[in-house]
Design a protein around this ligand. Structure first.
Ligand code: 3PG
Length: 217
């Protein structure tokens, strides 16, 4: 775990599992089954991206199960924070730094993981008392090399690299002491969800948990 990040334990929960599956919700009929598939693989965490009209309903469906740690991603506005909050989301993820979203989350007592890709974003987050950040887009922004460079000026910041991460490179991020978890769509890829291929989703979730264990051993 990445130390004490919040009092309510949500961020600790994310860091404990080490992987945030990121879902672009399409077919609502398959969403509940998807939650079951992830849990069967030992990964009861999901981020629902606000990129389709189904996001709020998908959040509502998944948050019905108290065993799931369900958050909202691609949150760009304070209004979306409200929608996610009322749908039962337990954390918010943004792709970049946004004062409006962060301040709304803090007012609601909602854990927020803002996106950061450079030192300016990190300083802005620290100004808001936040030191767990989504490093996005991880691979395109320079990957581990950039994160290592950012450790010098920001030794207390921990990252959740996301963007271009899958089973082939997750372990190399997770073995870095400044990486609290990774995020990515690979475990809940649209093609598997669309085809109702829940066995594959369970296998990918179990594999992801195994990668976390090995990287942290
Ligand atoms: C996100 O919103 O977190 C990313 O789009 C996920 O990136 P990926 O699809 O490359 O995993």
């Amino acid at each position: 775990m990445a130390g004490t990040l919040t009092t309510n334990g949500v961020l600790e929960g994310i860091c404990h599992y080490g992987v945030i599956p990121v879902l672009i919700p399409e077919d609502l009929q398959r969403v509940r089954r998807l939650g079951i598939a992830l849990r069967a693989g030992g990964l009861p965490v999901i981020e629902i991206a606000f990129r389709t009209d189904s996001a709020v309903e998908a959040l509502r469906m998944l948050t019905l199960n108290p065993q799931m740690l369900v958050g909202a991603g691609t949150v760009l506005t304070a209004e979306q924070v409200d929608l996610a909050y009322h749908a039962g989301a337990r954390f918010i993820v943004t792709p970049g730094f946004t004062t409006a979203v962060i301040e709304r989350c803090q007012r609601l007592g909602m854990p927020v993981i803002p996106g950061a890709a450079n030192a300016t974003d990190i300083i802005a987050a620290l100004d808001h008392g936040i030191r767990l950040l989504k490093f996005f887009p991880a691979e395109a922004a320079g990957g581990i090399r950039v994160l290592r460079s950012l450790q010098g000026p920001f030794p207390d910041v921990r990252f959740i690299p996301t963007g271009g991460i899958d089973a082939s490179n997750a372990g190399s991020y997770l073995s870095q002491p400044f990486v609290a978890a990774v995020g990515g769509s690979w475990t809940v890829a649209s093609e598997h969800v669309r085809h109702g291929d829940f066995g594959t989703i369970t296998s990918l979730a179990a594999e992801a948990i195994q990668i976390v264990r090995q990287a942290r051993a």
